[in-house]
Design a protein around this ligand. Structure first.
Ligand SMILES: Nc1nc2[nH]cc(C(=O)O)c2c(=O)[nH]1
Ligand code: SF4
Ligand SMILES: [Mg+2]
Length: 300
């Protein structure tokens, strides 16, 4: 059962902004923003808060996650075997029926009551940059008062110069052509191809915004990673031509290949492909440890 440990005091409001999160909001947690113990244990199945970062340069590092709702893209991948793989967090990006509005103070207090010995928070989505003004207020306090390391996962289509200095590791995950819905893939998922899907191809690539993030990292001594989802060897040509050749100031160790797949079966197919392509090009392979551990469960 939960240990009756002394809890940090809930801090009185100092902030003014709100954030729109998914239902689980800050995860995995055992206490709410007031410090009360929750009845249910987190989706990890553990009786304590926290998980490990499953992806990227900091894979394996104990972390708390903050998942914001809404995304400016609607990704859908056609696997080489014809299967369609939807965004692994579609409930956060475009099936956002159940969201949760919290004040920045409520988010901060939830972090305070659950952070324990962890030193890392990961802000993810959906696309967190759609709420960059509120995020700036949140991150300023996460850094100045809680002294936490902040990773932000973003699709790299948007930049914000106020927020950038506050992000210790910006995890840029630009989307390749393979992520754009097609009439056939949308139909397979019983979704309407029209409307926002049509914008995917237009807005998914913004190398100016990516370069601004990378330049800011150099100025403020922060780090970045360029994380590409792959399922097919041809995608490496596109990564080089459309992204790496247009960008300056990266090293091979900043380029990560992550296998396409939101569940264990899809990952099992695409992991050997991503590993081989990483080895051939001198880049890194990025696992998805949370999917290995918990499958496609949310809030882990
Ligand atoms: N443990 C864990 N690691 C993660 N790394 C990136 C995640 C994401 O969904 O953005 C994620 C996630 O949802 N859980
Ligand atoms: S950009 Fe990321 S969060 Fe948004 S739809 Fe694509 S995979 Fe999902
Ligand atoms: Mg993700």
């Amino acid at each position: 059962m939960h240990q009756p440990l002394a809890q940090p005091a809930t801090v009185t409001p100092k902030t003014t902004h709100h954030l729109t999160l998914v239902q689980e909001g800050v995860f995995p947690v055992t206490r709410n923003h007031r410090g009360d113990l929750l009845e249910q244990c987190p989706n990890t199945g553990w009786h304590h808060a926290g998980t490990i970062q499953g992806e990227g340069k900091l894979a394996g590092v104990p972390s708390l996650f903050i998942r914001l709702a809404g995304c400016n893209l609607r990704c859908m991948w056609q696997m080489p075997n014809g299967e369609v793989s939807l965004c692994d967090t579609a409930y956060a990006s475009f099936h956002t029926g159940q969201t949760r509005r919290m004040t920045v103070d409520e988010v901060l207090n939830t972090v305070r009551h659950n952070i324990g010995s962890m030193r890392h928070v990961v802000i993810t989505g959906g696309e967190p940059m759609l709420q960059s003004r509120s995020l700036t207020e949140l991150c300023r306090i996460l850094k100045t008062e809680l002294h936490l390391h902040i990773t932000m996962e973003t699709n790299g289509t948007l930049f914000d110069k106020e927020l950038a200095p506050l992000i210790d590791l910006v995890s840029l995950s630009p989307k390749l052509q393979n992520a754009t819905p097609t009439p056939a893939s949308a139909q397979k998922m019983n979704m309407d191809y029209k409307g926002t899907f049509a914008y995917h191809a237009e807005i998914r690539k913004n190398t100016e915004a990516i370069q601004q993030w990378m330049n800011n990292c150099r100025v403020f001594d922060n780090d970045f990673q360029l994380k590409f989802v792959v399922a097919h060897p041809d995608e490496v040509d596109e990564i080089k031509t459309d992204f790496l050749n247009e960008l300056t100031g990266w090293q091979p160790s900043d380029i990560l290949l992550m296998p396409l797949g939101g569940n264990r079966d899809q990952l099992a197919v695409n992991t050997p492909i991503a590993v081989q392509l990483a080895v051939i090009n001198g880049w890194r392979f990025a696992p998805r440890l949370h999917i290995d551990l918990w499958g496609n469960r949310a809030g882990v």
